[in-house]
Design a protein around this ligand. Structure first.
Ligand code: GAL
Length: 406
């Protein structure tokens, strides 16, 4: 064979090899994204139970998921938040609190899996969690291996006691550890939005918190001193909603803005406020993590949380986060693009009295003359054919949620 022919062959094989590496990497990336093609749905212990978690609670929640239609409505992950761990053994393995979890995390995971559900856990990138239990700092690979061995499907990873660690680097470290551990684990970045995770989280986690913690109230907040500055934390859902404006472009299949877990059914939120909170989280394509004690709730709250037509807006496969298209002070219109050119619209009345709110087609990207069908998603009723606009009376602190079908 001539020298030029040999060189030609080497170049050819090198190119094939490079292409194969590229395809393998692309595939790995796709598989990672596939873990959260639509926003994750589930339940998390924190909003109601704080550090008081135990295995009976988790088992009962898993039972209720199946018996009371949550699984059927699409909720899948049951996540224990902070407070499940106690210490590390001599080899550095993380240990669950034996008083709270006498049967061990593995048995609990098996139980949740036996119900056809997935199980999640919580840790922290610092040396301690926010509840001051052992964090994963320095144990990232060991913890990831442990989670994989237990059969964990979801990790919420917090950002307390992190000093001057770098958030992008440390979240990537845990992401790499999870990938190395070889089990598909949804990775939830939870650092309160303080390091603009929407800018770097896309290839690191499947969802990232955009704000400090949510509270079960309309617009409350508490001032805290953060890095020497006074900031508003512990926010009511309308305050969190306001902080989502402008983040829309960062979300999409495989990676989501997370405006925090649901407070529907908690605190003193009224029925209209609960409906508004749920509707708006669905318009935002937010992860839907229930945060209430679903073992014992009023039927009206159960109805909100399991309304499949509203949930379908959140889970729409196009994966577009909705936007605020009109804001007249207290009267707002939010719109989410759906597959097939449809739109979901929420008319949101923040004022203290019931008021009319209108949405016009140009405001949601349709030509004014377009004839559309409209369906009310809370009333589960077809409203008929409309052109140019739709107007409705919206209760105080409430919403009208419609689907518009051209
Ligand atoms: C906070 C986090 C909460 C909860 C809590 C646990 O940082 O935002 O959702 O996980 O820590 O201590």
């Amino acid at each position: 064979m001539k020298k030029s022919q040999i060189n030609h062959n080497i170049t050819y094989y090198l190119l094939v090899l490079l292409f194969a590496i590229f395809v393998i990497q692309l595939k790995a990336q796709n598989n990672w994204d596939d873990l959260a093609k639509v926003p994750p749905m589930g339940w998390n212990s924190w909003n109601t139970f704080k550090l008081n978690v135990n295995e009976n609670l988790i088992r009962e929640i898993a039972d209720v998921f199946v018996e009371q239609g949550y699984k059927d409505a699409g909720y899948e992950f049951i996540v224990i938040d902070d407070g499940w761990q106690i210490s590390r053994d001599k080899e550095g393995n993380i240990i669950e609190n034996p008083k709270k979890f006498p049967s061990g995390i593995k048995a609990l995971t098996d139980y949740v899996h036996s119900k056809g559900l997935k199980f999640g856990i919580y840790s922290d990138a610092g040396y301690k969690t926010c509840g001051e239990f052992p964090g994963s700092r320095g144990y990232e690979y060991q913890d990831a291996r442990q989670y994989a061995a237990w059969g964990i499907d979801y990790l919420k990873y917090d950002w307390c006691f992190t000093g001057n660690q770098s958030a992008p680097d440390d979240y990537k470290l845990m992401r790499d550890a999870l990938e190395k551990a070889g089990r598909p684990i949804v990775f939830s970045i939870c650092e309160g939005g303080i390091n603009q995770p929407w800018e770097w989280g896309r290839n690191i986690g499947h969802l990232w918190r955009t704000t400090f913690d949510i509270q079960p109230c309309w617009d409350c907040s508490r001032k805290i001193i953060f890095k020497g500055k006074e900031v508003e934390a512990f926010l009511g859902f309308t305050k969190i909603l306001d902080q989502q404006v402008g983040l829309e472009s960062y979300a999409g299949p495989g990676h989501w803005n997370d405006p925090d877990m649901l407070e529907v059914g908690n605190g003193d939120l009224t029925l209209d406020e609960n409906k508004a909170h749920f509707s708006l989280w669905c318009i935002l394509a937010a992860p839907l993590m229930l945060g209430n004690d679903i073992r014992n709730i009023p039927p009206k709250i159960h109805e909100i949380l399991t309304n499949k037509e509203v949930i379908a807006i959140d889970q729409d496969p196009l994966g577009k986060q909705g936007i605020k298209v009109k804001d007249n002070g207290n009267l707002e219109v939010w719109m989410k693009q759906l597959v097939d050119g449809n739109r979901a619209v929420v008319l949101f009345n923040r004022s203290d009295v019931s008021q009319k709110i209108a949405v016009t087609w140009p405001e949601i990207g349709y030509p004014a003359h377009l004839k559309v069908e409209i369906r009310d998603l809370w009333e589960k009723e077809d409203l008929g054919r409309f052109s140019s606009e739709y107007e409705a009376e919206v209760p105080s602190h409430g919403v009208i949620m419609i689907k518009i079908i051209p």
